[in-house]
Write a protein that binds this ligand. Structure first.
Ligand code: AMP
Ligand code: MG
Length: 409
């Protein structure tokens, strides 16, 4: 069994054993926010579909009003009007103008537009104090050309992209299926929130923090409840779960007698690795069990979240075919001391703030208590401070940081 991998080796190994999900879900536009495109999208239309006006004003022939000014105004005869969506049916001849409104097609015969602010109305005439010019005409297809690709497979659907897909003419979008991720908690002491806490009990926070992280990454969490510390119970619960793309367990992966997830995988799974040289989150196990990848997260609430974020989130991105990176790193000025973890990589929780004067434009403070059972650090913190092996970070040093929440400004 491979054991005690570096952070980089562990990430490489989980991604090696992760494949993009097959299939496409045709989904209504209004349900597509936060999901991922499974195919390139080409525009179904030209936009604008014809030349139109970007301003309220008058359409005319440029030659008629060349040189028009306040001192030398030009009078044109009005022959009609064209609001948006109602094209003018006639043709603009020499000395003539049509009153038009933003988005209206440029009438036949006209090749220029003057904004209403640069004119005065005089009965059947309009007086131009500036020349009508082509600069306020939106050219046919200047925004979108039919047949051209504007959204790519792997793009995350943001509000702007949802709008763009609508502008291109799509009512439904071909989306990547969301990975179904089973979450099973283990531990005799673990009980569901909302029930009384027995002596020595602990509420099942991992199921909910991990489900939230899965959802945030674009997966669909499937809560499988919790089982006590019996190998058979884990096995039965997983067998009852049905088809999943990934199984996450929490607890039971360390060195102890009750580390039943590890015992089960040793007996009946294929273990890709056990343990990563990091703190928190040293003991995870990554395996295949009954044909499905299984990531055994540590039980400590902070460890479970950090390990999921660093390895599980990239797996989900890969299953979705997402083209944006699962996380990014920024440089920041450490304002506190961050302790290393000997030969392991430490991921300390910090509060990251934007500051244009700091190196990397950010400053980071410690959340205080860095124990891996103190979940408050994940609630008040918004970043993992990377302390490389064999180092500490002193206050005043620059450090690399992985944001995991909203950065404060
Ligand atoms: P384990 O990895 O099973 O040895 O658990 C390590 C620590 O995490 C113990 O203190 C457990 O009580 C705690 N723990 C395990 N599972 C959960 C859970 N689902 N929610 C909250 N804490 C847990
Ligand atoms: Mg346990």
């Amino acid at each position: 069994m491979r054991t005690s991998l570096s952070v980089e080796e562990a990430l490489e190994t989980v991604l090696e054993h992760t494949t993009p999900l097959r299939g496409v879900e045709e989904t209504p536009l209004n349900e597509s926010l936060g999901r991922v495109l499974a195919r390139d999208l080409q525009s179904l239309v030209d936009h604008p579909d014809v030349d139109n006006t970007a301003v309220d004003g008058y359409a005319a022939r440029a030659a008629d009003s060349a040189g028009a000014s306040g001192e030398n105004p030009v009078r044109l005869r009005l022959i009609g009007e064209s609001p948006a969506g109602r094209p003018f049916s006639g043709e603009v001849g020499p000395g003539e103008a049509v009153s038009i409104f933003t988005g209206a097609p440029l009438p036949a015969g006209a090749d220029a537009v003057v904004a209403v602010e640069d004119t005065e109305r005089d009965g059947e005439f309009v007086v131009l104090k500036k020349p009508a010019s082509p600069k306020d005409i939106r050219k046919k297809a200047q925004d979108l050309a039919a047949g051209r690709v504007y959204l790519k497979r792997g793009d995350l659907l943001t509000p702007g992209r949802v709008g763009l897909a609508a502008a291109m003419g799509y009512a439904r979008l071909p989306l990547a299926p969301r990975p179904r991720v089973g979450i099973l908690s283990t531990g005799d002491e673990v009980v569901e929130p909302g029930t009384p806490l027995p002596p020595g009990g602990v509420y099942n926070s991992n199921a909910y923090s991990i489900a939230a992280l899965v959802r945030e990454a674009g997966g669909e969490p499937v809560l499988l409840g919790k089982v006590g510390d019996r190998v058979e119970a884990v096995k039965e619960q997983l067998a009852a779960a049905g088809s999943l793309d990934l199984v996450l367990t929490s607890g039971g992966v360390s060195m102890g007698d009750y580390d039943i997830v590890r015992h089960l995988l040793e007996r009946e799974g294929t273990i890709h690795f056990w343990k990563i040289l990091q703190r928190p989150g040293g003991p995870p196990i990554f395996a295949e069990f009954a044909g499905t990848p299984l990531f055994g997260l540590p039980g400590n609430p902070v460890s479970a979240m950090v390990v999921f974020f660093l390895y599980g989130r990239p797996m989900i991105f890969k299953m979705l075919g997402r083209s944006d990176p699962p996380y990014r790193k920024v440089r920041a000025l450490a304002e506190d001391f961050f302790k290393g973890a000997g030969h392991k990589t430490a991921f300390r929780r910090g509060v990251l703030r934007y500051d244009p004067r700091a190196p990397g434009c950010h400053r980071v403070n410690t959340v205080g208590n860095q124990s891996s059972e103190v979940l408050r650090s994940m609630a008040s913190g918004n970043a993992l401070v990377i302390v490389p092996p064999h180092t500490n970070v002193e206050a005043g040093e620059a450090v690399e940081v992985i944001p995991f929440g909203d950065v404060q400004t």
